[in-house]
Ligand binder design. Sequence first.
Ligand code: SF4
Length: 437
Amino acid sequence: MKKVYIETLGCQMNKSDAERMLGMLEHLDYTETQNPKDADLLIINTCSIRKLSEDKAYSAIGVWGKWKKNKPDLKIAFCGCVAQQVQKDLFRRAPYVDLVLGTQRLYELPELIKRIENGERVVSCDETPCAEREEIKRVKGVNAWIPIMEGCNNFCTYCIVPYTRGRERSRTPEAILNEAKKALNEGFKEITLLGQNVDSYRSQDAEGKNVNLAELLRRLNALPGKFRIRFVTSYPTDITEELIDTVIELDKVCEYFHIPMQSGDSEVLKKMNRRYDKETYGKICANIRQRIPDVTITSDFIAGFPGETEEQFQHTLDAMSEFELDYSNTAAYSPREKTVAAKWVDKFIPEEVKSERLARLNAHNQQCCLNSNKKYLGKTLEVLVERFDENNGKKVISGRSRNNKMVHAPYDRDITGEFVNVKITDAHTWHLEGEVV
Ligand code: SF4
């Protein structure tokens, strides 16, 4: 057997791509190694959302390229979002790379690997998606990630995704249901539907019936057995009443929405080309909270978008508290080539101001998380156990509640994959503690 090492940077979509790569490579007699120095094939799954992750990818292949001197048969593949951006230009920068594989040609991997094994150097970054393949080797755990749509039509002025993942494309309901059935048969207890704009999911089934996200959730919910369903990421104004109804009505769909707001200031939102203002976002959250008690709503925010004033940044801090956001991913603005905002150089916020705002955003986020967690003191939550740890004689299970809260509880044995009820006795910033009841 040959050995492959895959390094994955960035989002869940990349991690899901890596599972598909491993599945396809197993059929070519590759087995996974966690040690890159042992590998015959090195793959990096790149992310271009921020400059830092792009730099990480270049630095990894720089190291790998040097190994080729002593191991001339070693093959290096550069895949994912940065590959889609740079395409054949990568060969000038990194002549030791054998394969540049764009995001929409993932399923071509087996043919391309055979070609590089025969000494060719190949670039495949065409924007026509290739036909799906079914091989997947999932990372062990309780949750299976299932992409249902890919790409984005929104062109937010800071975001590279429409240029790297292309326009929105939805998979057929049959392909998704088959993948879900297989994952459940393999023992996974939770399915998370993935998409850059998951609520934009639109497809047709084999009988020509239109299927949106709500209908897809109904079909998945009808599969037998006890399991959970989640979906991420939601564009705020794409969340429909029908979708909220399905979350309320369907027993397997969890009370959790990830709805990036990006800024709490309406002027900044306009400059970001987001299609809502602060009030609209607030109304969306209020409506969900009023209809779904104990729902968790998480968000994403950018600190230091070009031209952002201190007052506008303050509106972001205010929005986090006002809309009771349970948790937020945060980042300082990072200019991305090709995007509109990257051209507003004269409006760029100095690095030290961005860092200082990010630090304040993080501190405020922590306070919001703690406030949110305290609401659950004394309540009982159903937890899907993800792991068991034993340290210094202390045995603890950890898992997530339906509303995506991390919960720890003492327990005397490993019950990973089981559902238990936990009464919450203590609330911390990043997790809850309780007792199995
Ligand atoms: S909605 Fe905006 S931020 Fe999200 S992927 Fe599309 S362009 Fe990027």
